[in-house]
Design a binder for this molecule. Structure first.
Ligand code: CA
Length: 301
């Protein structure tokens, strides 16, 4: 009877050891999947860049064999391909930092993570690498006024469509917009449309709010410029105007080079008279304040 009890104890001990082993394996496996340090996968061919600062398991759609190699090798990936774009940590935070890390990078769709290991997940953006480069597109509409929304609208549209391909209203979320370069930092916003080759540039440290008048950008320290030659040649002037209006800011005539928004109310499309939907309008001599179509707003921190 004693021998039998002893044998049973050995079986119990074996089972206990086995369970501990399984638990240990599971724990190690879980650890290996949560790699926080500079694990980067890049592929210029498909124009995707993935880092896993947040949650690698959420990136299934962007995974590649290179990504899996990265994970299995402990978080650092290298590639011999000449087409590989490198990106890690802060270099993944915006179109501007991507370009700085990869001179000559083409305009197109890339994945960024403005707050690094912070809680905002990676997201795709459309980068304009011309006009001094590093412009992240944050909002566009095609030819109709839109209802302001602080959330993200049509993420695929905003992250993949060039000017000619704009299909409708789309934007990043306000949280994503403000994370690029840091909330409250002075950034340059670039506005363009179909009525003029001029682009309107404004520097502001306002916190972006899609439901606020002129996005909450106007404040005492705002600066503005408008030209057709690009950001590098812009000469900025101060303005205390409470809205965006290149005519009142003495940057344009009351013509097709005029950009204005939210003139009549906090949210306003002057062309249609709506106070619940927003659009940009051109000057009087431009079809009696035609709506500016293919309107795009880019951000450069
Ligand atoms: Ca993040």
């Amino acid at each position: 009877m004693k021998r039998l009890n002893h044998a049973f104890s050995l079986i119990e001990l074996s089972i206990t050891v086995l369970i501990i082993g399984i638990v240990t394996l599971v724990a190690l496996n879980g650890k290996s999947l949560v790699i926080k340090a500079n694990c980067v996968v890049s592929s210029l061919g498909s124009k995707t860049i993935v880092n896993n600062l947040d949650n690698p398991t959420a990136l299934t759609a962007n995974r590649s064999s290179a990504y899996e190699t990265c994970v299995s090798s402990g978080g650092v990936i290298t590639s011999s391909s000449s087409a590989v774009v490198t990106c890690s940590g802060a270099a993944c935070s915006s179109c501007k930092t991507l370009l700085a890390a990869n001179p000559g990078m083409a305009s197109g769709t890339y994945t960024i993570d403005p707050d690094g290991a912070g809680s905002i997940a990676e997201f795709n953006v459309y980068c304009d690498m011309t006009d001094s480069g590093g412009w992240t597109k944050i909002l566009h509409y095609k030819n109709a006024a839109y209802t302001p929304n602080t959330g993200a609208v049509n993420p695929t549209s905003i992250s993949t469509e060039s000017t000619a391909a704009i299909s409708g209203f789309a934007k990043l979320s306000d949280a994503q917009i403000n994370a690029i370069g840091g909330s409250g930092a002075t950034k340059t916003y670039r506005i363009s449309g179909d009525k003029t080759t001029n682009k309107y540039y404004t520097k502001s440290n306002g916190v972006w709010n899609d439901t606020a008048r002129a996005y909450g950008l106007p404040n005492a320290s705002r600066q503005v410029c408008e030209n057709s030659t690009g950001f590098a040649s812009c000469v900025f002037s101060n303005t205390s105007l409470g809205i965006i209006d290149s005519n009142q800011e003495a940057l344009s005539g009351n013509d097709c080079a005029r950009y204005f928004v939210d003139l009549g109310s906090a949210i306003n499309c002057y062309t249609t008279g709506s106070s619940t939907q927003r659009c940009f309008s051109a000057g009087m001599s431009c079809g009696n304040h035609s709506m500016i179509n293919n309107l795009e707003i880019y951000l450069r921190e």
